[in-house]
Ligand binder design. Structure first.
Ligand code: COA
Length: 571
């Protein structure tokens, strides 16, 4: 039996090359014309601890990591213990043995293949190559094409020297031979797609970097933090080629301050961080709003509070993203569903920041940050770019003049006649500090009222389904992809379900929420945080009373969980 939606999980210890192995499988699947959607989880330590990489490959579009694996490859006893409960009849199980650190009691009906990964790597003189023995075995057992894998291995290890490359290729070959000597009893096989498509495989973090470059990024400053650092690494590789500047600042406060300085000077500027860094940026977000200086702040959410679970998935920064600062401080908050969104909504974030001259926060999450997915080859010309309203040089310049749309023209420093002060102090229309109550009221109204039209400028939500439904599911961030699949399954079972996927989280598209609710019997809102943060805002801003379904175990939802909860609510 072939299956057109196959999930392979590789698990072991951080430092054993689990991530590389999963990456290689993913690239080979993509080269075979398949859609891929990956999920990785690894420890906060550089070496040691449980690391896992799951590749889902299919000829059909994929929106999430799936429920559970069809094939498990365990490098050690811990990986086996943590996954044993998911070894159901029919699953294929490849493990390190004999000579590994465990002897599995394989559950009935599971197709087990013992491959002496550690022993073989030792015999070949390189324990590092254990993962390539495993990869060779997986390639042989499940028809993951050999030649592309050899090319991918060469592309990764050539820079580490000929000895490393050769020992890895030998280990890969040996792994194939060991597996070929075993009788294949399971049904799983990777089926290449006949259809060749113009796609790229990108991680969420890289896609945000790419989106920023498409938007016209000139300046990037950040302080490294898991799981956001790869955005800076991507930008560092590409921004200097076109004359842009990247600075690793001394901390997150400085990085946003530098971004605001660059933006004041007329440059498109952004920073990227995670929860603890965003917490430090509160004051500078206020500065951006008060001085009407555009900026894009990416927050790749991770488990919190405090240093929390640095490498784990959570959607728990929404309270801080929407209101984190002092005083009444406005902003726009967007959130991404998948890698395509990471490109498109990053461009959108810049467009909105430039148009509305305010901070725009883009929320991603730990699962999406490292998830690699196939996306159509992005053509920069397909993304409309919006420029800030600039001063025409006529008359006396007033930086904060109150206009019909409350957006004031900006003059870059050095523009003749356009000299002005941009300050965090309350100021009048000229930019001069002014603390009178009447002025503060007028200027606050100006800064907030310009945001009234944001909802009309973006596609704030996507509604999945028409007419009335027994149940409506609202989801945000990468949970949307999970809900899409759950809804498809529920409909296939004859249930009446609709989905509502807001990409603009703030300001809230209240009318759209109300219109959706009017067509649904009950509303459910799954989110990966303890408090039900979006549900809280919905209760505060709309008449909806969604049933919150929250988890915070460091992992995303699966479609099966959403299906189960929906059926429970329906009954
Ligand atoms: N031969 C030679 N080198 C190999 C190899 C092989 N067969 N297989 C893997 N490697 C190399 C990889 O190339 C990589 O080196 P590189 O970074 O120079 O490319 C290294 O070994 C690690 O392998 P990799 O597959 O990338 O990861 P892993 O599965 O062994 O797991 C991590 C290690 C990634 C989980 C761990 O190092 C890590 O980064 N943890 C997270 C730390 C963190 O962010 N903490 C939070 C702080 S707040």
């Amino acid at each position: 039996m072939n299956k057109n939606d196959l999930i392979i999980r590789v698990a072991g210890e951080g430092g054993e090359g689990i991530i590389s192995t999963g990456d290689f499988i993913t690239q080979a699947c993509a080269r075979a014309g398949l859609e891929v959607y990956t999920f990785k989880t690894f420890p906060a330590e550089i070496k040691g601890g449980y690391a896992m990489y799951q590749t889902r490959a299919s000829a059909a579009p994929l929106f999430n990591q799936g429920d559970t694996f069809d094939i498990l490859c365990a490098f050690n006893g811990e990986a086996y213990d943590l996954n044993r409960s998911r070894l159901r009849p029919g699953t294929a199980f490849v493990y390190d043995g004999p000579g590994g650190d465990f002897e599995p009691d394989v559950p009935e009906g599971v197709h087990a293949y013992a491959i002496p990964m550690t022993q073989t790597a030792r015999q070949l003189g390189s324990i590092k190559a254990k993962n390539m023995v495993a990869l060779g075995a997986l390639s042989q057992l499940f028809s993951i094409p050999e030649q592309p894998l050899r090319e991918i291995i060469a592309a990764k290890f050539t820079k580490k020297g000929t000895t490393v490359l050769e020992s890895n290729l030998n280990a890969f070959t040996r792994g194939r031979e060991l597996a070929a000597a075993l009788p294949k009893t399971d049904p799983w096989k990777m089926e290449a797609s006949a259809q060749k498509r113009d796609v790229v495989v990108l991680s969420g973090n890289d896609a945000i970097g790419l989106g920023a470059l498409i938007a016209g990024l000139d300046f990037f400053a950040a302080y490294p933090i898991t799981p956001a650092t790869e955005i800076a690494r991507y930008v560092a590789r590409h921004l200097p080629k076109r004359g842009g500047t990247l600075i690793q600042a001394e901390d997150e406060i400085a990085s946003l301050a530098q971004v605001l300085g660059a933006s004041f000077a007329g440059k498109k500027a952004m920073t990227a961080t995670s929860g603890p860094g965003l917490a430090l940026m509160g004051e500078m977000l206020g500065m951006s709003f008060m001085s009407e200086t555009p900026c894009v702040v990416v927050d790749v959410q991770r488990g919190g509070p405090s240093t929390g679970l640095p490498t784990k998935h959570e959607q728990s920064d929404l309270f801080m993203a929407i209101h984190g600062s002092h005083g009444d401080c406005g902003r726009i908050v967007l959130s991404v569903e998948g890698v395509s969104d990471c490109i498109a909504l990053t461009v959108e974030a810049f467009n909105l920041a430039e148009k509305y001259q305010c901070p725009v926060l883009l929320l991603s999450d730990g699962s999406l940050a490292f998830s690699t997915q196939t996306v159509p080859y992005p053509e920069p010309a397909d993304y409309p770019i919006v420029a800030r309203k600039s001063w025409d040089g006529k008359g006396d310049y007033q930086r904060y003049v109150i206009t019909d749309d409350y957006i004031s023209p900006m003059a870059a420093p050095g523009t003749p006649g356009g000299m002005h002060i941009a300050t965090g102090l309350e100021h009048d229309q000229n930019g001069e500090p002014n603390y009178t109550g009447a002025n503060h009221e007028a200027m606050q109204a100006k800064r907030f009222r310009k945001l009234d039209t944001v909802v009309n400028d973006v596609a704030p939500v996507e509604v999945d389904g028409e007419g009335n439904a027994d149940i409506g599911i609202i989801a945000w961030g990468s949970t949307i992809g999970v809900v899409r699949e759950a809804i498809a399954r529920l409909r296939a079972d004859g249930h009446s379900v609709k989905g509502f996927y807001p990409k603009l989280l703030w300001p809230m598209p209240v009318e759209q929420y109300e219109a959706f609710a009017a067509t649904c019997g009950k509303i459910m809102l799954p989110e990966v945080n303890y408090l039900g943060q979006l549900a809280h805002f919905i209760r505060a801003e709309t008449s909806l009373r969604p049933v919150s379904y929250t988890i915070c175990g460091g992992l995303p939802f699966t479609p099966a969980m959403i299906v189960g909860k929906t059926k429970e609510m329906l009954s």
